[in-house]
Design a protein around this ligand. Structure first.
Ligand code: NAD
Length: 265
């Protein structure tokens, strides 16, 4: 076949529904020629993920809850059986924090939610990398999703900002570990997009509006735009890039001050 991902096989974690960033990435990866395998978190999401997988002729390789190490083992064993010659990429689109702590002050973060948020939103990428290393082929890559709240304070993002900062650091450490095997590790820092996970963040509509008024492109981004950049990072067109955090955010990360022409919010 043709396409920048022709002949490549990948596992996608984190499709919840057709608004998921993982879904935008899956659509692009498929359009560019990849063969895909999806996981789902729990039976409730299985019913959503199966028809979506079918649309892309993708395999569904089982339940994966990253708080349950055995379920991570199981899906990567299944991926190894499905693709005996190995895989070429893994896309990690997973994050969680208690909604009650995605509002108000960061200082109120509980130890329990701090641990849980960091486990699911940061450590899980390393846990996935450990399993993926065994079946990734040279030239392959790992990709995760982050947000600008890792770099700068954002209202309500709180412990997720701390988790994303740690996730971005882990991209660099994993890139160094896997580079000698010619496996690349990168992240996309996406601008705000209305998804299930985002609906847990306080005043999310305000954040979307703020980006529309103040980003250089004067709009927010779509899951398709994140998907296209992901396809590029997963492809050999990005063969020289690793440890990179690429912003797909309509340019918002270069802005240092409110647009004086923006209407009041
Ligand atoms: P989403 O709700 O569609 O996806 C989040 C996924 O995380 C779901 O599929 C859910 O099943 C999965 N998940 C949560 N806990 C899990 C667990 N214990 N085990 C396995 N899976 C688990 O939302 P999304 O916005 O597409 O989120 C995908 C990624 O993109 C997240 O890392 C998020 O932080 C990141 N991101 C989102 C935005 C945004 O504005 N939506 C911006 C930048 C980065």
């Amino acid at each position: 076949g043709h396409g920048i991902l022709a002949g490549k096989r990948g596992v996608i974690l984190g499709v919840a529904n057709n608004r998921s960033i993982a879904w935008g990435i899956a659509r692009s990866a498929r359009a560019h020629g990849a063969e895909l395998a999806f996981t789902y978190q729990g039976d409730a999401l299985r019913k959503r993920v199966e028809p979506l997988a079918k649309e892309l002729d993708a395999h569904v390789i089982g339940h994966c809850d990253v708080t349950d190490a055995a379920s991570i083992d199981a899906v990567f064993e299944e991926a190894g059986r499905l693709f005996p010659e190995g895989i070429d990429f893994v896309v990690h689109c997973i994050a969680f924090s208690d909604k009650d702590e995605l509002t108000g002050r960061y200082i109120e973060t509980s130890e329990e939610n701090f641990s849980k948020s960091l486990l699911i939103s940061c450590y899980s990428f390393t846990a996935v990398a450990q399993r993926a290393e065994k079946i990734l082929r040279p030239g392959g890559s790992l990709l995760t999703l982050t947000y600008y709240g890792a770099e700068k304070w954002m209202p309500h993002y709180n412990v997720m900002g701390v988790a994303k900062a740690a996730l971005e650091a882990s991209v660099r450490y994993l890139a160094a570990d896997l580079g000698p095997k010619n496996i690349r590790v990168n992240a996309i820092s996406a601008g705000p997009i209305k998804t299930l996970a985002a609906s847990g963040i306080g005043d999310f509509r305000y954040i979307l509006k703020w980006n529309e008024y103040n980003a250089p492109l004067r709009r927010t981004v779509t899951i398709s735009e994140v998907g296209e950049t992901a396809a590029y990072l997963l492809s050999d067109m990005a063969a020289g890039m690793t440890g990179e955090i690429l912003h797909v955010d309509a340019g918002y990360h270069v802005v240092g001050m409110k647009n004086p022409e923006a209407p009041d919010l």
